[in-house]
Ligand binder design. Structure first.
Ligand SMILES: [Zn+2]
Length: 107
């Protein structure tokens, strides 16, 4: 006999994406301690359900120490050679993001 209300794996991914989105939204208004906790939870969900963070979400926390970023408070953002460079003041490491799109070659 089939279980009627069993959720499909595709539903899990959908729910996981929603929860991650919601956690990042809440982290914006929360205190630093809670924001870090929300990042930790979002990371756990993404790893469990193999959901990737969106490019915007990736820029919200440090990939080294997983601290939630607040620009000007615990991270510094600069542009350098067509890349966005995030500097984490907690662990003093850098994160680099390309600003150019993949298939648009300038030169
Ligand atoms: Zn860091």
């Amino acid at each position: 006999m089939k279980r009627k209300h069993a959720k499909k794996p595709s539903d899990h991914v959908k729910i996981a994406k929603e929860r991650i989105k919601e956690l990042f939204k809440q982290a914006e208004d929360a205190t630093q301690t809670y924001a870090n906790r929300y990042v930790a939870l979002a990371r756990k969900i993404s790893m469990k359900y193999k959901v990737k963070f969106t490019p915007v979400q990736k820029k919200k926390f440090c990939k080294h120490c997983h601290v939630h970023f607040r620009q000007g408070e615990n991270c510094r953002v600069r542009t350098r050679d067509g890349k966005l460079v995030y500097f984490c003041m907690g662990c003093e490491k850098y994160m680099r993001f390309p600003t150019l799109k993949k298939n648009s070659k300038k030169q």
